[in-house]
Design a protein around this ligand. Structure first.
Ligand code: MN
Length: 236
């Protein structure tokens, strides 16, 4: 019997030690898990795998302890932590998933996404995303010193107050046509994503869309156990 956990949108930063602690306690209490899917925006920002901040190191240490119990960890990049690379993930033996990943979940081929690509009405964001995902832009960014990148990230967040907000009402919701089209394209009957901070299970025609929740005062997870899926909230 396979047990998996799906979490996203922890938005870890130096300002969220309580979420870090909550995650460590949650994972300890969960114990025997076969797979953990980290589905994007685990970090509020990511300036490169060479980041030597205590936060990056603590998180890797926490996840390495989990990996050492035999849990396979998977990582999907979010719109905040899109620069996370395999070098960092190697610290806890995690596998990097692409923007669209089909995996078997509860007896059904399931599409996993962070969710930002489903919010196709947000033209400004998609234009930024296209630039930020250009290998040349990324190489140029990662070539800067850590100090430079830290101040750039801070500046970017200060510049756009709205983009820096993690409230659901400030995040555009998914476009239903885009949801239908990715489900059809990948031939799945289940889609799991985060990003919108609107945790819920949506029955669709012949399919289901499950939205993970963000972590703040409470945490959210989706659990696969005995072919059953359960979306749960708990106090942090
Ligand atoms: Mn996001």
């Amino acid at each position: 019997m396979q047990q998996s956990l799906f979490i996203s949108d922890l938005h870890l930063s130096e300002d969220t030690p309580q979420i870090e602690r909550g995650l460590a306690a949650f994972l300890k209490q969960e114990g025997d898990i076969d797979r953990i899917f980290l589905m994007g925006d685990i970090f509020e920002a990511w300036i490169g795998d060479d980041d030597d901040s205590p936060l990056a190191q603590h998180f890797a240490d926490t996840m390495k302890r989990v990996a050492d119990t035999g849990t396979q960890i998977y990582f999907t990049r979010g719109n905040r932590d899109f620069l996370v690379g395999q070098n960092y993930l190697d610290q806890f033996d995690a596998k990097l998933l692409g923007d669209y990943a089909c995996v078997e979940v509860a007896g059904e081929s399931t599409l996993l996404m962070h969710g930002d690509l489903l919010c196709s009405d947000d033209a400004d964001y998609l234009a930024f995303r296209a630039i930020a995902h250009d290998p040349n832009w990324q190489a140029e960014m990662l070539n800067k010193s850590l100090e430079e990148r830290r101040s750039l990230a801070k500046h970017l967040r200060a510049m756009s107050k709205e983009a820096a907000s993690n409230k659901a009402e400030d995040i555009m919701d998914v476009n239903d046509d885009t949801v239908r089209s990715v489900i059809a394209k990948y031939g799945v009957r289940r889609l799991i994503h985060g990003h919108t901070h609107r945790p819920r299970r949506h029955p669709l025609q012949n399919a289901e869309r499950i939205v993970l929740g963000d972590w703040n005062k409470t945490g959210w997870y989706l659990r696969e156990r005995e072919e059953l899926l359960e979306l749960c909230e708990f106090a942090l």
